[in-house]
Each structure stands twice: as structure tokens, then as C-alpha cells.
Design a protein around this ligand. Structure first.
Ligand code: PHE
Length: 456
């Protein structure tokens, strides 16, 4: 049943790198990385983040891709094939991306709405009261849901075209375009008068700001940004031909992903300093702050449209990758046609987005208790996916590779039975068996609030 590979399509090497980079580079890089950096002390967060990318990030990227390439199955089938007992890890690889996509679509909708506003000449009105403008929009009942639907429809059209034609074609155009557009905005930003203070905040680590919370925020962000711990890379790896050097691809993809995140920081922090914008504005940083920044530039509307289009491109390639996880499971395990599976996932994800979006307005009174305080539906779904389930999936992936599937089998998958050298074998072995699971477990305790209870 699970072996129906003929209708799965396959990737070329470059196609895989572009599609995997497309999955990784998204709202996590352009929207979340800058605001987390701003909230967590600037340069020191960037430093910790990069160290984690090079260690745990690289290791988990290689691990997930290897599992996908070896099993040629969706995450659930893949983990089941490695060990029946650990099939639940694969189930997380279907549930978690689905949960994420429900609110990812909403943020994608916000981006679309802002692009439409810029095009309709509302930048001037917006910057009069950016916080109020953003707040009024997200808390309204109809508008955010309408734009979420538009975002879902765009993704639907792309996905149902199939893996090689849909995602690969799109990545080949959108990824290089993304980097070009980002660099243009960076050049504008770093040449603004007063940019130097922002660069200093961004690049000079202030070690007095280094706390457990900084490390924990950075580790969570590495998982989210690299699309790890949720089966996305297992799904993509399953489309790879055996003769692919995945040690290489697992090096290139995190470098591209971090490059995009770093560029986003270079675009935002110098501009924040130049226009006295609060770096700690949080999740609203892009939506409230950038319009103000762009408005103060000559040709501001153009800059705003260009930048938000760039964010939209990145959000689409990530969202399609998230949707691909449950879709490929429905194709493989339930024998569904790609088109039917995509329609089903898109409709259910959209229906889930409705109460989530309403929870930022009408339904804000409806909250769920957690160790980290009561949360509305929107925050709660994000918390369950990113803070509770995602690190758990990453943790168990290490356990499965290190202790169940075994390093020897893992090595065979990485080297394609000796065809390629495995240069980082010693390093990856220590990471997978010890360092990564322990670090992830600690961050998990921190995220769900138990660490805080123990070390009061
Ligand atoms: N990595 C994507 C981003 O940075 C989000 C994502 C997570 C996409 C998991 C796919 C799977 O926006």
C-alpha cells in the first residue's frame, strides 16, 4: 500500500536543493528571525543561532533527509518502516505541518492584504498609526479570513500541479528572485543615515544578554526556520534519487536559509535605527514597522511592494511544503489522487484558520490554560505545534536514528552504500546520539514551562 512510488514524481538534484531551500526560507526567516533577534538582544542571539544551525540544525537536516531518501515514503510510512514502535514520530510529521499551515496561511493572508493596500495607495494612511492600522485589520472578522482564503487558493493551484512541475518550477524562479530582491532592500537599508547603530546592535554580541531563554528561542527558531522536526525534509528526501550526496545538500540548504535570515536582519535593523523604530516590537515588527520605514524613503510605495512581495514568495514556497506533508500521506497511505488530497487538506486547513483568525478579535475571550499562561486559539495552536510537538519530533528522530535504525544503516543511506564519503561521520554520530537529544529535551522543558518550575 505504502509503496506506490510511481505517482510520487521525483526531484532533480538542483530541484531538490531549490525546493528544500524554498521550504526552509519563509516567514521564519523574514518575519520571525528579525523580531526574535530584536527581542533577544541582537548580536548575541544571531551568534547563538548560527552555532545551533551549524551543529544541531545540520545534523537534523541530514537525519531527516536520509530517512526520506532511504525509505522513499511519507513521514508516517518512513518511521513505520524503520520501527513500528516509533511510527508515531511520523504521525507528528503529518499533524505538526498541518497545524502550522493553519496559522501560516493566516500570516500569508496578512502579507497579501498589505500588498493590496500598498497597491491601492494606502501607505500614507497606514503610517499615520501603524499599530492601530494593523490591530484593526487582524482583529476584524471578515477581512483577514478573506485574505487567508486567497493565500490558500494560490497554494492550492501550485501544489496540485505535482511535485516536479509545481514546486520545482516555482522554486527555480522564486528563490533567485527572492535573494535579488532582498539584497536590493538591504543595500537601501544599510546606506540610510544612522544605519550604523542598527548594524552594531545586530552584529556586536552583548553577552550580558545571553540567557537560557535566548538559547531556547534560538533553538526553537532553528527548527522552525529549517523546516525540521516535522517531516517536511523526510517528505522531500523521499523524492530524491539514491545517488544524491545528501551530506552536501544538508550543508548547502542551512547556509542558504541562514543567508536569507541574516539578509532580512540587514534589511531591518539599520532601517530601525535610522527611523527610531523599536527593535523589540515583536511579531508585528514587519507589519507595523516596515511601512513606516518605507514611507520615509523616496519611492517608498515601490520599496514596500517589492519587500512584501518577497515575503509573499517565501511564504508560498514554505506553505506549499507544509501542505505537501499531509498530502503525500493521503496519496501514499489512502491511495488518494493528488488533486483530491490537495483539495481536502486546503479546505480543512482553511476551516481551522477561521476560529484561529477570529481569536485575534471576536473570539479573543476564548482561552486555553498552559504552563506559560492562558492563550487564545491562534497562540495556542502555534504553541502546541512549535513548542510542544516539534521539539518532540526532533528528539525522537535522533533516538530512532541513533538507537533503533542505527548509525551503520544511517551511514549507508548517507553514503549510498559507500558511493560518497561521509566526512562529518564522527561529529554527526555524537550529535545524533547525545548532544542533540539532550539539548532538545532541555529546550522542550524550557518551552513547556517545566524548566521554570524546577529552577524557580
Ligand atoms: N521553515 C519555514 C519558514 O521559515 C516554515 C516551515 C516549517 C515550512 C516547517 C515547512 C515546514 O517559514
Amino acid at each position: 500500500m505504502e509503496q506506490q512510488q510511481n505517482n510520487r514524481g521525483s526531484f532533480s538534484n538542483l530541484g531538490f536543493i531549490l525546493a528544500a531551500a524554498g521550504s526552509s526560507i519563509g516567514l521564519g526567516n523574514l518575519w520571525k528571525f528579525p523580531y526574535l533577534t530584536g527581542q533577544n538582544g541582537g548580536g548575541v542571539f544571531v551568534l547563538v543561532y548560527l552555532i545551533i544551525v551549524a551543529t544541531i540544525g545540520f545534523t537534523c537536516m541530514l537525519g531527516e533527509t536520509a530517512i526520506g531518501k532511504y525509505t522513499k515514503l511519507n513521514p508516517l510510512g518512513a518511521y513505520r518502516k524503520l520501527s513500528k514502535k516509533f511510527a508515531f514520530v511520523g504521525a507528528l510529521g503529518i499533524i505538526v505541518p498541518f497545524l502550522i499551515v493553519t496559522y501560516y496561511n493566516i500570516i500569508g493572508g496578512w502579507v497579501l492584504k498589505y500588498i493590496a493596500d500598498f497597491i491601492m495607495g494606502k501607505l500614507g494612511v497606514m503610517v499615520g498609526d501603524p499599530a492601530g492600522y494593523f490591530g484593526a485589520f487582524v482583529s476584524s472578522a471578515f477581512s483577514p479570513i478573506f485574505w487567508t482564503l486567497v493565500f490558500v487558493l494560490i497554494n492550492f493551484i501550485i501544489i496540485q500541479a505535482g511535485v516536479s512541475e509545481g514546486i520545482e518550477k516555482m522554486s527555480k524562479i522564486l528563490m533567485p528572485a527572492l535573494f535579488v530582491l532582498l539584497i536590493i532592500v538591504v543595500i537601501r537599508s544599510v546606506t540610510l543615515p544612522g544605519a550604523a547603530a542598527g548594524l552594531e546592535f545586530y552584529l556586536k554580541p552583548d553577552f550580558s544578554k545571553l540567557t537560557m531563554a535566548t538559547v531556547s528561542a534560538a533553538l526553537g527558531q532553528v527548527f522552525f526556520s529549517l523546516s525540521l522536526g516535522m517531516g517536511a525534509m523526510v517528505a522531500y528526501g523521499s523524492y530524491l534519487p539514491d545517488a544524491t550526496n545528501i551530506e552536501k545538500t544538508s550543508t548547502i540548504i542551512p547556509i542558504m536559509d541562514s543567508g536569507a535570515a541574516l539578509l532580512a536582519g540587514f534589511a531591518i535593523f539599520p532601517a530601525c535605527a535610522a527611523f527610531s523604530v523599536d527593535v523589540g516590537a515583536g511579531p508585528s515588527l514587519i507589519f507595523q514597522t516596515l511601512p513606516t520605514v518605507f514611507n520615509s524613503m523616496p519611492g517608498g510605495v515601490i520599496w514596500a511592494i517589492v519587500f512584501f512581495f518577497l515575503v509573499l514568495f517565501a511564504a508560498i514556497t514554505s506553505a506549499t511544503s507544509l501542505i505537501e506533508c499531509p498530502v503525500s500521506w493521503l496519496i501514499d497511505s489512502k491511495g488518494m489522487k493528488r488533486r483530491t488530497a490537495t483539495i481536502l487538506v486546503c479546505i480543512v486547513a482553511f476551516l481551522c484558520a477561521i476560529p484561529e483568525s477570529l481569536s485575534l478579535g471576536e473570539l479573543s475571550g476564548l482561552t486555553f490554560p498552559t504552563f506559560n499562561g492562558a492563550m487564545g486559539i491562534f497562540d495556542f495552536v502555534g504553541y502546541i505545534a512549535e513548542n510542544v510537538l516539534m521539539p518532540a519530533a526532533g528528539f525522537f528522530m535522533c533516538i530512532v536514528i541513533g538507537y533503533v535504525w542505527g548509525i551503520d544503516n544511517f551511514e549507508k543511506a548517507v553514503t549510498n552504500n559507500g558511493q560518497f564519503p561521509f566526512r562529518t561521520k564522527a561529529f554527526v554520530t555524537i550529535m545524533i546520539k547525545y548532544v542533540a537529544p539532550i539539548a532538545i529535551f532541555i529546550i522542550w522543558l524550557q518551552s513547556i514551562g517545566i524548566w521554570g518550575l524546577i529552577f524557580k
